[in-house]
Design a protein. Structure first.
Length: 367
């Protein structure tokens, strides 16, 4: 076929038709792809929205769960605190209320905690039978003397352990700590036999042929305290040791440069800087010596000499003197006597509370 005979019109028409078909196919494919992408995107968006809603629900549930957990935990804490408070304060509240009971209140089934009538006769009778003023004065002289002795001996020992190096230092300090751990009951018999026939290096046996019986006097407590073996002396040495270790050594070095000797430095400088520890040990010693019955019973100290021994026998004394047959009635006077006994200790603690807490914290007993 000749080139001039080629049908150009038909060819162009076919090309246009083919192009149109291709364009149409491309449009349809693009539409389908766009629609599919839209569907996929929409599904993803819907899934994301659903996940977000679920996450929000989970967050809300977690928040509600935490709120419920917090409420339950708070209730548990409250129950525990109330239980502990009841265990600790319940007997104290009962003792205080019963101290004002009359005999009629005691036998009245309606009266539980607060007396209907109330009376101060229990306090008056207990005050009289205890010879409170005389016994309290005797007790305070005894307690303050022991406390001052313990402050002097234990602070010196604590200062020596904290600042000086000497042979067997760690061993000796370990023995001091051991005295805190060993129960007093384990030493009861050795102490009794020692002071039942007291002697110093056998000298009294050489002179008199026998030792001295110190049972029934306060002398054993004074002797034990003087040699650092008194009531809780190991704990007091530990407190002073910890406190002195916390005092900067530069203070002593400056005093030494100025010509101060060790005793001058100790009494005029170190003790002033350890006032919180001194007050802490003073309160501990005062309270424990004031309330002590164990040592007083071991050494058979007379009941008239100490307040704690007076209290321990007050119920029986009043029951016998007042001709009271029911022990529950005599116990009302005992409650009144106990309240009068603990009031001075509470006053001392309230006045020195801030210093006492500071001394306990800085001495390393807690924390």
């Amino acid at each position: 076929m000749a080139f001039t005979d080629f049908n150009w019109g038909a060819s162009v028409a076919m090309s246009l038709i083919s192009s149109a078909v291709i364009c149409l196919i491309l449009v349809i494919v693009s539409k389908l792809i766009s629609k599919k992408y839209f569907i996929i995107t929409r599904e993803k968006n819907m899934e994301a929205i659903k996940n977000k809603i679920m996450n929000m629900d989970e967050i809300q549930l977690k928040k509600k769960g935490r709120a419920i957990q917090s409420i339950l935990l708070g209730l548990l804490k409250l129950i525990i605190l109330v239980g502990i408070a009841y265990i600790i304060l319940g007997p104290v509240i009962t003792m205080i209320s019963h101290a004002f009971f009359t005999e009629d209140d005691l036998y009245n089934p309606v009266v539980v905690l607060f007396p209907e009538e109330g009376t101060l006769n229990n306090f008056i009778t207990a005050f009289t039978r205890m010879t409170f003023t005389k016994t309290f004065a005797s007790t305070m002289i005894y307690v303050i003397t022991l406390t001052l002795m313990q402050l002097f001996i234990c602070s010196l020992a604590g200062y020596g352990f904290a600042r000086y190096e000497f042979p067997f230092k760690k061993l000796l300090f370990g023995l001091v700590i051991l005295t805190i751990v060993i129960p007093a009951d384990a030493l009861m018999l050795p102490w009794y036999t020692q002071f039942r026939n007291f002697d110093v290096f056998g000298i009294l046996h050489l002179i008199k042929g026998s030792g001295i019986n110190l049972i029934g006097t306060k002398a054993p407590m004074y002797i034990m305290t003087l040699f650092g073996c008194g009531f809780r002396s190991g704990l007091y040495i530990y407190i002073f040791n910890q406190f002195f270790r916390g005092v900067p050594k530069e203070i002593e070095e400056a005093a030494s440069i100025d010509g101060a000797g060790p005793f001058y430095t100790y009494f005029r400088i170190m003790l002033i800087n350890t006032m919180p520890a001194i007050l802490t040990v003073s309160i501990f010693s005062l309270v424990w010596q004031y309330n002590d019955v164990f040592y007083a019973k071991i050494f058979a100290i007379k009941n008239s000499a100490l307040m704690s021994l007076r209290i321990s026998s007050l119920q029986a004394t009043i029951q016998e003197i007042e001709k009271i047959k029911d022990p529950a009635v005599a116990q009302l006077y005992l409650y009144a006597g106990i309240i009068m006994m603990i009031i001075p200790i509470i006053i001392i603690y309230v006045l020195l509370q801030k210093r006492f807490i500071e001394g306990v914290e800085r001495s390393g007993i807690v924390g």
